[in-house]
Design a protein around this ligand. Structure first.
Ligand code: GLV
Length: 325
C-alpha cells in the first residue's frame, strides 16, 4: 500500500521528521513563515495528515475541504488555532503536545517574573548604553526593583504549567493563591475567587487556555482591581489580556511592571504601546523554547501524527471524544 500523504507547515527540530518520512510522503512548507491559506487549502485537499504549528489557523472551512484528512497534529500544547469542534464533527482526531513543555514553560514564567521585578532589561540597557560611569559606580537608590521571594503570587489557571510554577514559587517562600474556572484544588496553593486573587497578589501569572470564555479575562475593569504596584506575567496567550488597558495601568504606575511572552497579535506590532514602556519585559513567544523541549514536542507531534494515520489512539489527543479511542 502507498505511504500516506502528509503536509507539514514548517520544519521541526531533531530527528522526528526523519522518522515521519520513513512512514509517509511528507511535503514541508519551506518558510520562512507558514503557508498562506490558499496553499493550506490546496494541500488539505490531497493529504491524509496535517502537521501544523500554532501560527496556522485550521478552521472549519479548511477542514470541510479536506476529504482524506485522518489526523491533525499540532506542535503546541495550546489549540486555540484549531477548530476542535469542527474536527470532532468530521471524525478527525487532533493531537497536541502537553506535558513535555510544562517545566520549560514554568522556567520561563519565573524568568519573566524576576526580570520584570528586578528590572533586568533596564539594568542591561543601563550598562550597555554607557550610563554606568565612575560617578555612578554604586548608588543606594539605583534601579530598585521588587522581591519575588516572600511575595504573594496569584496563579490564574492551575493546570500542569500553573502547578509547575507553584512548585517553583514554594522554593522562593511565596504565598501562592490560585483560581481556576473549574475550582480545582492543588496542594500548596490557596484556592480563592478571582477578585480576591487580583486584590491580594503582588504578582499575577496567567496559565489558562484561550477560549471564547477566557478571551479578554483581564479586561480594563479587572486590571483596575489588581493590587497597586503588582506585576503581571503572561506566558499563556495574549488574547487573555486587554493590552491597551494594561499599557495604561503600566504607564500610570498603578501596575509596577509586566513580563509578556505572548501578545494578542503576533508578531507584536512595533507601534504596540506596551513596547514603549520601560517597565515591560517582552519575549517573542518562547515559553517552550529550549533545545530539549522543542525536540520532545516534535517527537510527540510526530507520534500523534503517525498514530492518527494508522487509525490508532493518539498519545496526546485533544478531542475528548477520541481520547481513548
Ligand atoms: C505554546 O504556546 C504552545 O501552545 O505550545
Amino acid at each position: 500500500m502507498e505511504n500516506p500523504q502528509v503536509f507539514a507547515t514548517g520544519a521541526l527540530p531533531g530527528q522526528a521528521f526523519a522518522r515521519l518520512a520513513e512512514a509517509a510522503q511528507v511535503a514541508c512548507w519551506p518558510g520562512p513563515g507558514g503557508p498562506p491559506r490558499t496553499e493550506l487549502a490546496a494541500q488539505l485537499a490531497r493529504v491524509d495528515g496535517l502537521l501544523c504549528l500554532l501560527t496556522d489557523s485550521i478552521d472549519a472551512g479548511l477542514l470541510a475541504a479536506a476529504p482524506r484528512l485522518r489526523v491533525v497534529s499540532s506542535c503546541s500544547v495550546g489549540l486555540d488555532h484549531v477548530d476542535l469542534a469542527a474536527a470532532t464533527a468530521r471524525g478527525i482526531p487532533v493531537g497536541h503536545t502537553p506535558g513535555v513543555l510544562t517545566e520549560t514553560t514554568a522556567d520561563l514564567t519565573l524568568a519573566l517574573m524576576l526580570a520584570a521585578a528586578r528590572r533586568i532589561p533596564e539594568a542591561d540597557g543601563f550598562v550597555r548604553s554607557g550610563a554606568w560611569v565612575p560617578e555612578r559606580r554604586w548608588e543606594p537608590g539605583m534601579l530598585l526593583g521588587r522581591d519575588l521571594h516572600g511575595a504573594t503570587v496569584g496563579l490564574i489557571g492551575l493546570g500542569a504549567i500553573g502547578q509547575a510554577v507553584a512548585r517553583r514559587l514554594a522554593g522562593f517562600g511565596c504565598r501562592v493563591l490560585g483560581w481556576t474556572r473549574s475550582g480545582r484544588a492543588v496542594p500548596g496553593v490557596e484556592s480563592v475567587a478571582l477578585p480576591a486573587l487580583l486584590a491580594a497578589a503582588d504578582f499575577v501569572s496567567l496559565h489558562i487556555a484561550l477560549t471564547p470564555e477566557t478571551r479578554g479575562l483581564l479586561d480594563a475593569g479587572r486590571l483596575a482591581t489588581m493590587k497597586p504596584g503588582a506585576i503581571l506575567v503572561n506566558a499563556a496567550r495574549g488574547g487573555l489580556v486587554d493590552e491597551g488597558a494594561l499599557a495604561a495601568c503600566l504607564a500610570n504606575g498603578s501596575l509596577a511592571a509586566a513580563g509578556l511572552d505572548v501578545f494578542a497579535d503576533e508578531p507584536v506590532a512595533p507601534t504596540n504601546p506596551l513596547l514603549a514602556l520601560d517597565n515591560v519585559v517582552v519575549a517573542p513567544h518562547i515559553g517552550s523554547a529550549s533545545i530539549r523541549t522543542r525536540e520532545r514536542m516534535a517527537d510527540l507531534a510526530v507520534e500523534n501524527l503517525l498514530a492518527g494515520l494508522a487509525r490508532r489512539p493518539l498519545p496526546a489527543c485533544a478531542n475528548p471524544e477520541f481520547a481513548s479511542r
